[in-house]
Design a protein around this ligand. Sequence first.
Ligand code: ZN
Length: 347
Amino acid sequence: MRPNTMKALEKSKPEEGLWMVQAPVPEIDPDEVLIRINKTGICGTDIHIWNWDDWASHTVPVPMITGHEFAGEIVEIGRNVTGLEVGQRCSGEGHLITTDSRQSRAGKFHLDPGTRGIGVNEQGAFAQFLKLPAFNVVPLPDDIPDEIGAILDPLGNAVHTALSFDLLGEDVLITGAGPIGIMAAAVARHAGARNVVITDINADRLKLAEHVVPSVRTVDVSKDDLHDVIAELGMKEGFDVGLEMSGSQAALDQMVEALVMGGKIALLGIPPGKSPVDWSRIVFKAITIKGVYGREMFETWYKMIAMLQNGLDVSRVITHHFSIDDFAEGFSAMKSGLSGKVVLDWT
Ligand code: ZN
């Protein structure tokens, strides 16, 4: 039943590209499970690793099986594991934590400074089998299909960011219409925001945003002025909450300008390096800023699964499916900048 080797998509050499290799099937520890992978999602992180840019070459040891967005089925269980069973469909949290830090011992696992990422620091999910601590496993209910299970990691980023502040009845500005920004728009709608406006300078991404969340207002800020949209939507003073998803300094500046006094910003986008910020503007507008990293373990997972079961629909953000044998096409679709989420099928 258990094969000795498996297909895996690996960074085998310190240069551009990923290679399909035969790797040993991982042996599990008593607290771990072995998961047979059905579907995986390609993340921007995987593109950095493919491209072997500055960040990747300083962060990722070689060889490394990449990938951290997955859905599959438990096929083996360590002897200490309780509450899970063979045959259970699951996704899982790709951040592996330590338990001895101050934040972990306070129950804030997502703030553990010793966190290691699968597919980045530890062998990842782009493989036929993945070993994972049982603690990190998130069982999938029957009404959530594998392809959604494979994008719960980035949906979790969107949910964590969007639910950082109360959105009920609020006007929400999202800067950056990549897949996570678009999913955050869907979450903001679901959470009861009044106006949800999403900006970008890429017309194709804005088209995808309208396709996924028809009730969202898109703005191409290379052509249109946000202040006109504020007036058109009848907002008296501006947006109440901003979700920054682009890492663009211009977008953050526009957001600060477009926010009400006392407005709130959740920052998920990562600027390319140090970027100048007009702090006095932020102080005088009495703005609250929160940095967002990963997903809350496991409150974000609980909430997103509950919302998916109660009408949150992000399925159209998946624009491409490929068999794993065509992984290179999946990566080119991602690199084109025109795709939503790309899902690879391992079955
Ligand atoms: Zn990711």
